[in-house]
Write a protein that binds this ligand. Structure first.
Ligand code: PEP
Ligand code: MN
Length: 336
């Protein structure tokens, strides 16, 4: 259900409605817009009839059911677009945000070099995995806590926020103490205990679509995080599995406008894991900007030929600079 407050409702009336919702055992998720406030009411679906009593409270205009199975993620429950703030960076606003860096943290030298490259190109956020979910148990699994410490050092030295993946519920507190954004990878999109855990975190969460999840399933996964209390969720399309084998995955570019129509959350694209080969990354990233994504997450390595992980899809510095120039060109055309 959502409770729509009258446009002239006072802050006191809004607070009273929230208190009442909580007193009857539901949770209130207010969205304060310029025009009016709307309050998402979440709780046991079987008892939702009781919420209709809120109609009698002062300042309430109307109560409407949310028909979508994902309630807090749906456009109905929120005024306008959600903007996720990370330091001075706003994801989901007018600026196209670039998160770039190596697949995995390999050494201080590698990460620092990558940080300077991505900063020089104009990226706002540095990526790098300390925990790597790998298909093979024999592949490099990441530097783990040591990698997190390197991220922290480079974050301070290069003065750039960092995004890194968390793969296990028991590591969330640790990863959160180092990262500016917590990444949930494609393979964990339906790891519900992990989603609930990051839902209690104070840092924003970037949630990747799984290679076999529908758009609705992705939104239901986002709902787990939102319902647990974390409103700062960024969605990421990173390619899905199809019959096509020429690319690592098939970038579902239509997921961007579809998600934009269904949810208020920011939507970004990862062209690297979709393509699997660096040659396709720049065209796919251009497509992401043109289709209306809020940004990209892209793999860049100072020396891709030496990368321990995902070297084939990593851009070398010159290609990354070229990509950034092209993105600026696409964005300037779109703004006209
Ligand atoms: C990654 O971003 O390094 C990663 C493992 O991506 P995905 O979860 O999309 O495979
Ligand atoms: Mn990777």
């Amino acid at each position: 259900m959502i409770i729509v407050m009258k446009s002239q409702a006072t802050e006191k009336q809004i607070e009273e409605v929230i208190r009442w919702i909580e007193s009857v055992g539901f949770t209130a998720h207010p969205s304060r817009g310029v025009e009016r406030t709307i309050i998402g009411v979440i709780g046991d679906e079987r008892q939702k009839e009781g919420i209709k009593q809120a109609q009698r409270l002062e300042g309430v205009e109307k109560i409407i059911p949310i028909l979508k199975p994902y309630k807090l993620a749906s456009r109905e429950s929120h005024q306008g677009n959600t903007m996720v703030t990370v330091g001075r960076v706003k994801i989901g606003g007018p600026e196209f945000v670039v998160m770039a860096g190596p697949c995995a943290v390999e050494s201080q030298e590698q990460l620092l070099e990558a940080a300077y490259i991505v900063k020089k190109g104009g990226a706002q956020i540095l990526r790098g995995g300390a925990y790597k979910p790998r298909t093979s148990p024999y592949s490099f699994q990441g530097m783990e806590e040591e990698g997190l410490k390197l991220l922290e050092q480079v974050r301070v030295k290069a003065s750039i926020p960092v995004i890194t993946e968390v793969v296990n519920s028991t590591d969330v507190d640790l990863v959160e103490s180092y990262a500016d954004i917590l990444q949930i990878g494609a393979r964990n999109v339906q790891n519900f205990p992990l989603l609930k855990k990051v839902g209690h975190a104070t840092k924003p969460v970037l949630l990747k679509r799984g290679m076999m999840t529908t758009i609705e399933e992705l939104l239901m996964s986002a709902e787990y995080i939102l319902a647990a209390g974390n409103p700062n969720v960024i969605l990421c399309e990173r390619g899905i599995r199809t019959f096509e084998t020429a690319t690592r995955n098939t970038l579902d570019i239509s997921a961007v406008p579809v998600l934009k129509s269904l949810t208020h959350l920011p939507v970004i694209v990862d062209p690297s894991h979709a393509a699997g080969q660096w040659q396709y990354v720049i065209p796919l990233a251009r497509a992401a900007a043109a289709v209306g994504a809020d940004g990209i997450l892209v793999e860049v390595h100072p020396h891709p030929e030496k990368a321990i992980c995902d070297g084939a899809q990593s851009l070398k510095p010159e290609k990354f600079y070229q990509l950034m120039d092209e993105l600026r060109a696409v964005s300037s055309v779109l703004r006209h």
